[in-house]
Design a protein around this ligand. Structure first.
Ligand code: GLN
Ligand code: ZN
Length: 765
């Protein structure tokens, strides 16, 4: 049959977050009798349910997705590539030690998976790395279970390709050599899979910048794998591939090549896969199948016939004999399970426009069924040569150029802003989200607390936070508290830095059960941007005023930036990401205006996701950075010259986007830094950076209370870099990030030590 439908991955969570519950139960007591069996049985049932759901939707080829924690970790584990520090353990103990750490063996690093919001466990390689006693039994067991559920013809094993596994690794090693060492192990696996259809090998690495440099590795690797005599579907996703890559990729000795026709949802720069095919064709060899990723694997919108039109166009271009498998553009792990869980929660008018994983499986099968039965030409085909996937920016989003500029340049306004003692002390915004806070929020949601009662509780939390930060003296005669210089209200009213704003902005919707795996057992529920965004009323002024009313020290206003709100939401695909970012920015601009009118002199706008939004290919960075920076400026440029705008980036590896960071035109830059060797501070110093900085002095991810000595050492080391000509009034002292996940028992002594370190440093400099 020339037309098929196939999935290349599905949510691994279970429809009701069964995997999360099973993992947490197991971790609570892994040694308990039957704990392991219960976990594996739940995982098997979750996987079986997902496969069944796809087969019942009518999908022809069901990718046998599934993992206990992370698919990259799975392959490091199968291949025996996990670092030495885990080798004294075996089986699941070793696997979970790599994921979560064990005594004396810290967990592997986690990193964002391509440009998604999923996090994977980074393989650690050395020059000698290679498979050590590869053991595919877990994968083979999954394949056997999958065949039992959906039948041998439909069941498709999924393999993470060796080039991607190595490409995602860190360490000092020669890529080609390690790949070459892994290939025999993959080949052996393929031989075991012989006769079991066309397994998928996923190689998303090809969509990255360095894709083009991988030709030789891919050539050697797939020539060798072809020797196993098993047809392979080579699957590439998260973006298009470069033109040069496309030309050799489609010639590799594989039975099918699968491509992503969608790219990043709402991406202004489009996805050029259709163009590449229009320009270069697809190998005429009759037997090579094209996997056409035409149904968006990352957006949550119903397809509305676009895939059918695209498929019709592809067939018109490639001829009716070309074998095509209609697929999702990426694995469906990035969207929630089934939209039926939102009935009664989301407005009906929105619900009918949405497709989650289960609905996408139906769309795949339905689209193929339509094309199989309708006569050629009856479905209007899109013009492939012109189609780029770019969405138009509505004309009304043209903002006047002056809105993007502060009324006075940095040098001029700096002197009018709040001035500080040397090494001014502050925090990044959030204080512990205590069980009491979470309970109050839940009660409020259930209606057990009235809005007034809830506000009252939050006001009390703000009062506590201000009291804790204040200092003895006129400000607070009775208590000897921390004595920080710039205070925060502590964000008790915010469950989450994006959700809080989304709930207050028009255009956002929230699901009840729309969970997506972030990593392991951590799931998030991204908001849905479904319409034009605007601010209905002040969002943070009430809390600011409570806090400022309790102290004479300046309290920082606290906002989440436009790019971060966009990045952590499901976006619209009918308008560009740029247009949506600017809309959010315009809404935040109103908030900045209201905060300063209320007396706020320092406003922090967090952009931890600015870097995450970078396109996979370097050549597409500049246009992205241009609108991302403009969105931040649109939000903040309304600040008067005497109001200090702070931004918190949450990371410190921005050497390659330093120009963009400076172009944000914030007055203060706070970054995570405590665990680094000050590379970024040194780079900033070397570049003659002229704005205030707040490099973190302690790690917020550990309960360990940092000592005065440690933090004093950090401050001295900042001075050694020569940053800001050693003007200590412009080197702010703060933790790496917000403290919401910590306990007050940890936070109070940590901040006390931080203030002591700053005081000691003041005497030294
Ligand atoms: N203001 C936020 C907080 O303190 C910043 C969080 C972040 O950078 N991710 O929690
Ligand atoms: Zn942070």
């Amino acid at each position: 049959m020339a037309l098929l439908s196939g999935t290349i991955g599905f949510p691994r969570t279970g429809p009701k977050r069964e995997m999360k519950k099973a993992l947490e139960l197991y971790w609570a007591n892994p040694a308990a009798k039957g704990a392991k069996e219960t976990l594996l049985a739940t995982a098997a049932e979750v996987e079986a349910q997902a496969w069944r759901c796809q087969a019942e939707a009518g999908v022809d080829l069901v990718g046998l997705d599934g993992t206990l924690y992370d698919q990259v970790l799975d392959f490091s584990h199968y291949l025996g590539l996990l670092p030495k520090r885990f080798q004294h353990l075996s089986g699941l103990d070793r696997y979970f030690a790599a994921a979560r750490g064990a005594p004396g063996a810290p967990a592997a690093d986690m990193s964002k998976y391509f440009d998604t919001n999923y996090h994977y466990l980074v393989p650690e390689l050395t020059p000698e790395s290679g498979p050590t006693s590869p053991d595919w039994s877990l994968l083979l067991d999954r394949v056997a279970r999958g065949q039992a559920v959906v039948g041998v013809e439909k069941a498709v094993p999924i393999l993470l390709g060796p080039n991607t596994l190595v490409g995602l690794a860190k360490g000092d090693f020669a890529r080609s050599e390690v790949v070459a060492r892994l290939v025999p192990a993959y080949r052996q696996l393929l031989e075991t899979l012989k006769g079991l259809g066309v397994p998928e090998i996923h190689e998303p690495i090809l969509t990255r910048d360095d894709g083009a440099t991988l030709e030789a590795d891919f050539g050697a690797c797939y020539a060798s794998l072809a020797g196993a005599g098993v047809p392979i579907n080579l699957v590439v996703y998260y973006d298009d591939v470069s033109e040069a890559t496309y030309k050799w990729l489609v010639q590799l000795p594989v039975a099918a090549v699968s491509l992503d026709f969608k790219g990043v949802p709402g991406n202004d720069q489009g996805c050029h896969t259709a163009r590449l095919i229009a320009k270069h064709g697809f190998p005429q060899a009759r037997d090579k199948r094209l996997g056409a990723g035409l149904i968006d694997g990352r957006a949550i919108w119903a397809d509305q016939g676009e895939a059918a039109a695209m498929l019709a166009a592809l067939r018109a271009r490639l001829g009716p004999d070309q074998r095509i498998c209609l697929q999702t553009s990426t694995p469906l792990q990035h969207v929630p399970y089934d939209k039926r869980s939102e009935e009664g929660h989301l407005p009906a008018a929105l619900l009918c426009r949405i497709a989650f994983a289960q609905q996408k499986a139906q769309e795949l099968a339905g689209t193929v069924a339509t094309l199989r039965t309708s006569p050629p030409g009856s479905i209007p085909a899109l013009n492939l040569g012109l189609w780029t996937g770019a969405a138009p920016t509505p004309a009304e989003l043209q903002f006047k150029p002056e809105l993007f500029f502060r009324s006075e340049a940095y040098e001029g306004r700096r002197g009018r802003q709040p001035c500080f003692p040397p090494f001014p002390t502050t925090t990044i915004g959030s204080f512990p989200q205590t069980p009491a806070i979470r309970r109050a929020r839940l009660q409020f949601k259930k209606g057990a607390l009235s809005p007034e009662e809830y506000r009252e509780r939050m006001a009390a939390e703000i009062g506590f936070a201000i009291g804790a930060q204040a200092s003895k003296g006129a400000e607070c005669p009775l208590v000897e508290a921390l004595g920080l210089d710039v205070l925060v209200h502590g964000e008790p009213e915010r469950s989450d830095m994006v959700e809080y704003f989304g709930l207050k902005l028009a255009g956002f919707h929230f699901t009840e059960n729309g969970w997506v795996q972030s990593y392991g057992s951590r799931y998030v529920r991204p908001p849905i941007i479904a319409g034009d965004v605007s601010r209905l009323e002040p969002m943070t002024v009430h809390e600011y005023l409570i806090a400022q009313g309790l102290t004479t020290k300046p309290v920082k206003g606290m906002l989440t930036g436009p790019v971060t709100i966009l990045q952590w939401s499901f976006v619209r695909t009918d308008v560009s990401r740029k247009a949506q970012a600017l809309q959010i920015a315009a809404a935040l601009r109103g908030e900045v205006e209201d905060l300063q009118a209320a007396g706020c002199r320092i406003i922090q706008v967090d952009e931890p996701a600015l870097r995450e939004g970078l396109p996979l290919k370097h050549e597409r960075w500049a246009p992205y950075l241009d609108w991302a920076v403009n969105a931040f400026r649109l939000a903040t440029a309304v600040a008067r010259p005497d109001v200090q705008v702070v931004t918190h980036l949450c990371y410190s590896d921005f050497e390659d986007i330093m120009g963009a960071i400076d172009a944000m035109d914030a007055d203060v830059l706070t970054i995570e830094n405590s665990r680094s060797g000050n590379e970024m501070i040194a780079a900033l110093a070397a570049s003659g950076y002229r704005r205030d900085v707040g490099p973190g002095v302690f790690d917020v991810h550990t309960p360990v209370v940092p000592t005065v000595g440690f933090m004093l050492g950090k401050l001295r080391s900042y001075m050694e870099t020569g940053i800001l000509g050693g003007d200590a009034t412009r080197i702010h002292v703060n933790p790496d990030c917000g403290l919401k996940t910590r306990k007050w028992e940890e936070v109070l002594p940590a901040l006390r030590n931080m203030v002591l370190a700053a005081k000691t440093a003041r005497e030294e400099y």
